[in-house]
Design a binder for this molecule. Structure first.
Ligand code: F6P
Length: 258
């Protein structure tokens, strides 16, 4: 019976990868919405994927924030830095998350756990576009952003649009706009609709989804039935080299509809 279940899961992974036209999909058992422990499995699967994907030698890994990414960080260990030099760097700054799940914190924790170096990207949160644009010329910020541009691996989370807008305490105007444009999901500070089109962006520095095309290894980590729509919409536009690490809760919900 175990074998049957395992084959069933492999079958679903293939179905999803083909549907999204991405390189690979991994589905872990359970649903994070029901059991927080499933996030640990997502973390483990990510660690295994990185060991498989990252080449020997120098690696620059750009990471996003969120609770899933924080859990991924907790499951890293030093076996990842065996024959590898790792630099972890936040992919974006200032998305309005609480400190412990910001990309800066995730990147620092990964570096500590996996045995690598870490760069910070400190940018002020609540400033206008005119204020932060000149920051791009600051040497320390520039150094970090150069690394982000040269990243050979990106790890990111995906969230439900309204949930993320509220968690970040975005303005009433922004919330109204996100509703009006029928955003279903969010990743990289970009809100997108069911067709995967970006309908609203948080104007912040760092990586955007359009920058992923030249990154060798792109891993999206998101689980839970409540994220099914968001994951499905985003994966429609994901570059071909993408690996999706998700759970049964999200996967079954997506597969029901195809
Ligand atoms: O804010 C960073 C971020 O990665 C978002 O882009 C994404 O929607 C969210 O976090 C995912 O958070 P969580 O893993 O907590 O659901």
């Amino acid at each position: 019976q175990m074998m049957g279940q395992l084959l069933g899961m492999r079958e679903k992974e293939n179905q999803l990868a083909i549907y999204f036209q991405i390189e690979h999909c991994i589905i872990v058992s359970g649903d994070v919405d029901e059991q927080a422990k499933v996030q640990e499995e997502l973390g483990r699967a990510t660690m295994d994927s990185l060991k498989f994907l990252l080449p020997e030698g120098d690696n620059i890994i750009a990471v996003m924030g969120g609770t899933t990414m924080a859990e991924v960080a907790n499951h890293m260990n030093e076996s990842l830095s065996y024959h590898r030099e790792l630099i972890f760097v936040p992919a974006r700054g200032g998305l309005g998350e609480s400190v412990n799940i910001q990309a800066n914190a995730v990147s620092a924790q990964m570096a500590k756990k996996a045995g690598g170096a870490n760069r910070v990207l400190y940018v002020p949160e609540q400033v206008s576009e005119e204020t932060y644009k000149p920051l791009l010329q600051e040497p320390e910020i520039k150094k970090t952003l150069d690394l982000v541009e040269r990243a050979n691996c990106v790890l990111y989370g995906i969230g439900d649009a309204m949930h993320m807008a509220e968690r970040r305490g975005m303005s009433q105007e922004a919330l109204a706009l996100i509703k009006e444009k029928a955003a279903v999901g969010e990743a990289f500070g970009e809100f997108y609709n069911q067709a995967g089109e970006v309908v609203y962006k948080i104007p912040r520095i760092g990586m955007q989804s359009k920058d992923l095309s030249h990154v060798s290894s792109v891993i999206a980590i998101a689980g839970g039935r409540s994220k099914a729509n968001a994951i499905e919409a985003y994966m429609k536009k994901a570059p071909a080299q993408t690996w999706l690490i998700t759970d049964e809760g999200a996967a079954n919900q997506i597969l029901k509809g195809i």
